[in-house]
Design a protein around this ligand. Structure first.
Ligand code: DX5
Ligand code: ZN
Length: 221
């Protein structure tokens, strides 16, 4: 397996058949499960919480679960998601009063930690915590909904964050989220991403395996 990870966002799955939908993308070649948590406060939408994460684990999902918290405040959900089987927990720095503390809480709970930067946010929040994150997630759409268009300025931002990561010497994944398709994934990878969230570009296709294979083909070029 290459070091590129494909992370289908279950936001675009059929929630009435969530276990099957998660199994289906994993069998179709996905690496990790992207789990979008929205609170109708930090973002204008409302989705799923720790109970659903636990339900997926109980259903038999063993792949890493990448929990993307679009909630404010953050801290109250960390222990619950860790107990529910989250592998990664990422949050938006502007949603936490004490970012360093939230990052420590995630690692102390046994999960991998990450920060998420919205499209218009600069890199400043990363500066003093590069040794405390396992993942940096760049939003390439404004958070809240699936099916939006990739914001092209994110490519420059990816290049900048890739340099920061390489210069830091730490083992940090660089994830991209929003509007990723087989048509733009190659440019995104060339800009430095190694972990690719895709919701509508996988779940809205009739053949998940073909959708994921089309992305991997681009990544192999
Ligand atoms: C948006 C979510 C994304 C979303 C991506 O707030 O964080 O994970 O599901 O969906 P697509 O790939 O359709 O842009
Ligand atoms: Zn997400």
């Amino acid at each position: 397996m290459s070091d590129f990870l494909i992370a289908p966002s279950i936001l675009s799955a059929d929630f009435a058949r969530l276990g099957e939908e998660v199994d289906a993308v994993l069998q179709a070649g996905a690496d990790i499960v992207h789990f979008d948590v929205m609170d109708n406060h930090y973002v204008p939408n409302l989705t799923i919480g720790p109970m659903v994460c636990k339900a997926l684990r109980d259903y038999g999902v063993t792949a890493p679960i990448d929990v993307h918290l679009m909630v404010s405040p953050v801290d109250g959900l960390i222990a619950d998601f860790a107990k529910a089987g989250a592998s990664y927990i990422t949050f938006h720095p502007d949603a936490s009063t004490h970012v360093d503390r939230s990052l420590a809480m995630i690692r102390d709970a046994g999960c991998k930690s990450g920060l998420v930067l919205n499209p218009a946010m600069g890199l400043e929040p990363l500066k003093y915590v590069m040794d405390k994150v396992d993942m940096i997630l760049l939003m390439s759409v404004n958070p809240g909904f699936g099916g939006q268009k990739f914001i092209p300025a994110t490519l420059d931002k990816l290049r900048e964050v890739r340099q920061l990561i390489d210069a830091s010497g730490h083992d940090i994944r660089l994830e991209i989220d929003g509007g990723v398709t087989a048509d733009n994934i190659r440019d995104i990878a060339e800009a430095g991403a190694d972990t690719f969230v895709a919701g509508s570009a996988i779940y809205n296709k009739p053949d998940y395996a073909a959708a994921i294979a089309a992305m991997r083909e681009q990544l192999a070029l």
